[in-house]
Design a protein around this ligand. Structure first.
Ligand code: R5P
Length: 288
């Protein structure tokens, strides 16, 4: 078994290797003067079972190209089985035709991974479970929900806690989370106004005087989270925490989190968190 990493997930891949007691495989990613990417695998992979770890984080297009070229290079080098490990599959959010003349890009990228040489895909907490069906190769769809729930069990007082879904779409996910902790749940009615802003309406469930934990698949621009926090405060929540698998934290997210009346935020490391984004209220759990 050999594990390689592209540029978005070197730290996570090193941690996985450390846990398995193996060395991270060597590959070189460089750029020609015309800006084309070049990937060279720097060790023999003939007849080997090979894994490449790469999350689709900013710059997303570049990171996808790195992975595709790496898969193709491994196939050309006669690897026996190639698994694309994509802890955060960002294009899972492009999963339906919700406007005329657009691409369902989550499906397109799934096809491209197979074309490039992926025999299997291993990913985590897809935005919607059915995105799994976009892939025509076997997919291991893992979840960080148990790890995040366990963190809350160990470090928080659950006696007065309610788990909150930011919209009806997230209710099943929050249901799994709240069941693990044996706590009740509430749902908020959400309307997306734009890519970065949302509007929340009624809270369905009891949050007055309660400690709440908002649970999400991802925090991207933080728009959903800050709007939820404001709604929960207005509804009388006592303390507010958040748990999310993918801490994408792009655009205004860090500023929004810094200013939001939120006590703590727990995310996983499917997306690498650069030092400048590490706020004291953010805890990162490893999915290695
Ligand atoms: C939406 O359906 C998701 O579960 C998240 O709420 C959303 O992706 C978060 O995006 P943002 O942080 O930009 O509001």
């Amino acid at each position: 078994l050999q594990i390689f990493a592209c540029n978005a997930s070197r730290e996570l891949a090193s941690e996985i290797c450390h846990r398995l007691g193996i060395r991270l495989g060597q590959l070189d990613i460089s750029r020609f003067s015309n800006d084309n990417l070049r990937v060279q695998i720097q060790e023999n992979v003939r007849e080997r079972d090979v894994y490449v770890v790469q999350s689709f984080t900013e710059p997303v297009s570049e990171h996808i190209m790195e992975l595709l070229i790496t898969l193709d290079a491994l196939r050309s080098a006669s690897a026996q089985r190639i698994t694309a490990v994509i802890p955060y599959y960002s294009y899972a959010r492009s999963d339906k035709k919700d406007a005329p003349r657009i691409s369902i890009t989550g499906r397109l990228i799934a096809d491209m991974l197979k074309t490039a040489g992926a025999d299997r895909v291993l990913t985590m907490d897809l935005h919607a479970d059915q995105v799994h069906g976009f892939f025509s190769v076997p997919v291991d769809h893992l979840t960080a929900i148990p790890a995040i729930a366990e963190h809350f069990r160990r470090h928080y007082d659950l006696s007065n806690m309610v788990a909150v879904a930011t919209d009806a779409g997230g209710a099943k996910r929050v249901g799994r989370f709240s069941e693990r902790l044996s706590i009740p749940m509430a749902i908020i009615d959400k309307r997306r106004v734009s890519d970065t802003d949302v509007k929340h309406g009624e809270v369905v469930g009891d949050v007055r005087g309660r400690d709440v934990v908002i649970f999400e698949d991802e925090i991207s621009t933080g728009g959903t989270l800050v709007s939820t926090v404001a709604t929960l405060k207005a509804a009388g929540a006592r303390s507010i925490h958040a748990g999310a698998v993918h801490g994408v934290l792009c655009g205004p997210a860090i500023e929004r989190l810094r200013e939001a009346e939120i006590d703590s935020v727990v995310i996983s490391n499917t997306v690498a968190l650069p030092v400048e984004k590490r706020l004291p209220k953010i805890t990162t759990l490893s999915v290695a």
